[in-house]
Design a protein around this ligand. Sequence first.
Ligand code: CP
Length: 317
Amino acid sequence: MKSFFHVQDIGPLDAALREALEVKANPLAWKHLGENRTIILVFFNSSLRTRLSSQKAALNLGMDPIVLNVNGDSWKLETGMGVVMDGDKSEHLREAIPVIGSYCDIIGVRSFAGLKDKEFDYNETILRQFIEYSGKPVISLESATVHPCQAFADLITIEEYRKKRRPKVVLSWAPHPGCLPQAVPNSFAEWMDAADVELVVTQPEGYELDPRFTGGARIEYDQMKALEGADFVYAKNWSATKEYGRNICHDRSWTIDKAHMDVTENAYFMHCLPVRRNVIVTDEVIDSPRSLVIPEAANRVVSAQVVMKRMLEDLVK
Ligand code: CP
């Protein structure tokens, strides 16, 4: 695997899920693969789960993980091309990326959407530079438009908890005081569309995700109607897509509460975390026995480990 970015990069999902469950059952069985190998995890943005789960996955595989917090403990990096660098940024990505690549075998990159320039974000300008200039396999640890390690962990969790062969999975927009990227819902929709589930996406007008990600999903503007009979409810805020990056809906009736869960088929509640309690979801729902937020987060180690394992296996071919 040269890069991990979209669902197609992992190949057939049934094989990936089987491998994930093997890795989960025996996480140290491939410790030899990463011996004398190094992964550098580059963070342009904050993280709890991705940072820790990626390091844990690397350690399980015998690799040495190095974390670089860009703008925190490195030079501030310029990302624009043709910029006159007379501001506060001392180094350009064009040099930094090949230098980072020369120190490691695999690179992971977290680089959120700026939400100012849709074309810059949706071209994955920063991640593509890492792929082009590092000479190393690159993992998106949530880049401008996708969060594949999260979506793979979500799919593993649904596989573990589903009672039906083809469960109904509802991705529901939920309110938030800020303006968040579309990476998590994009990837969740993309992975669910590729999986054997019935996918429904519900959001207010103006928040429609790109059909490249939602694929054959049913799009439903009536949230309660969308939730009827759901087996899994995946809540997430994202910023508007029509007025790109803006927060145009503050309607708290979209907060997932007991009344929303009552119309489902005793659904499980999912969220990638971090979550704003009593804004995205009420305490009652997230603290209920049907909440999967902690198993989902735990599966972030498994998804990262499968991806790194496959990259290491390719390195010795
Ligand atoms: N879900 C997720 O990616 O969490 P972090 O932002 O804490 O890494």
